[in-house]
Write a protein that binds this ligand. Structure first.
Ligand code: ZN
Length: 275
């Protein structure tokens, strides 16, 4: 499931494939962008904000108008941002031109962006939108400090968490308005490593700053690789302490790991280590 580090990795992969390139063709397979055509636009950069992906584009240079002499059309400076969100199941993949698109079935394709050097294919993307870049704040301005952002601010994240003392900590860690980037996996693993029961109200959590610092450390450790591990092991069956391990023995005490599902919120925990 995409969490902040996966989204960060995706943004970087798109940046490497597309940045600096001019789009030679685009194809959007969602109703709201059915008429959009970004051919000729230049990809400036690809960035992530929490779990949101932002692909920033500059309008094609407009030819110098003979009547007015030198200078560009002001429209030539126009910038747009292609926003997408991976939620539970979305993905972007970068291919070489001519390479087979093998990642997912074709009917899941929502966007195709081509440059001379690469093809980026977006599968099952959510909230796909094209907005003026200056309006990005409207989409991501509500987010708390980004765990993988250049402007990561742990004190502000702690302040925002503490502002809702009655909320269960598991809920609070997922709330992207508090801090941005944590999904179910990191939520469960951080709570296990801190020995905290997921339903503890925020006000009763010992040492919130240490919990926030640990979340940051885990996401940073996994930035740049696609296998998410909180244990230090990259072996498929050893990457987590509790996440995805229902009924298996706790790695510390042997108690069976428990799992509770509420909508899309899944919690795994050790009832002995986290009480
Ligand atoms: Zn245990």
């Amino acid at each position: 499931m995409p969490e902040g580090d996966t989204v960060w990795n995706t943004a970087r992969a798109l940046h490497r494939a597309l940045a600096g390139g001019r789009l030679t063709a685009t194809d959007f397979r969602v109703p709201q962008l059915a008429a959009a055509d970004l051919t000729g636009w230049t990809v400036l950069e690809s960035a992530s904000r929490g779990k949101h992906l932002l692909l920033r584009l500059r309008a094609p240079d407009v030819a110098i108008r003979p009547a007015s002499g030198a200078g560009r059309d002001p429209e030539g400076e126009r910038r747009l941002t292609l926003h997408s969100h991976l939620r539970m199941d979305g993905a972007w993949r970068a291919y070489s031109p001519g390479e087979r698109w093998a990642a997912r079935p074709a009917h899941l394709i929502r966007a195709v962006l081509r440059t001379a050097d690469a093809v980026a294919v977006g599968y099952h993307l959510h909230d796909l939108a094209l907005i003026p870049s200056e309006e990005e704040k409207g989409l991501v301005g509500h987010l708390g400090p980004d765990l993988l952002g250049a402007d990561w601010d742990p004190a502000e994240a702690v302040r925002r968490l503490a502002a809702h003392p009655d909320t269960a900590i598991a809920e609070a860690l997922l709330d992207q308005r508090n801090l941005a980037g944590i999904g179910n996996l990191y939520k469960c693993e951080v709570l296990f490593l801190r020995g905290v029961d997921p339903w503890t109200p925020v006000r009763d959590v010992p040492d919130l700053p240490a919990m926030v610092a640990l979340a940051h450390k885990l996401l940073v450790a996994n930035r740049g690789r696609w296998t998410q591990s909180t244990t230090g092991s990259l072996r498929r069956t050893e990457t987590t302490y509790v996440y995805g391990r229902r009924a298996q023995p706790c790695r510390r005490c042997g108690t069976a790991i428990r799992k509770l599902e509420q909508d899309v919120r899944v919690t795994y925990w050790c009832p002995a280590c986290q009480s």
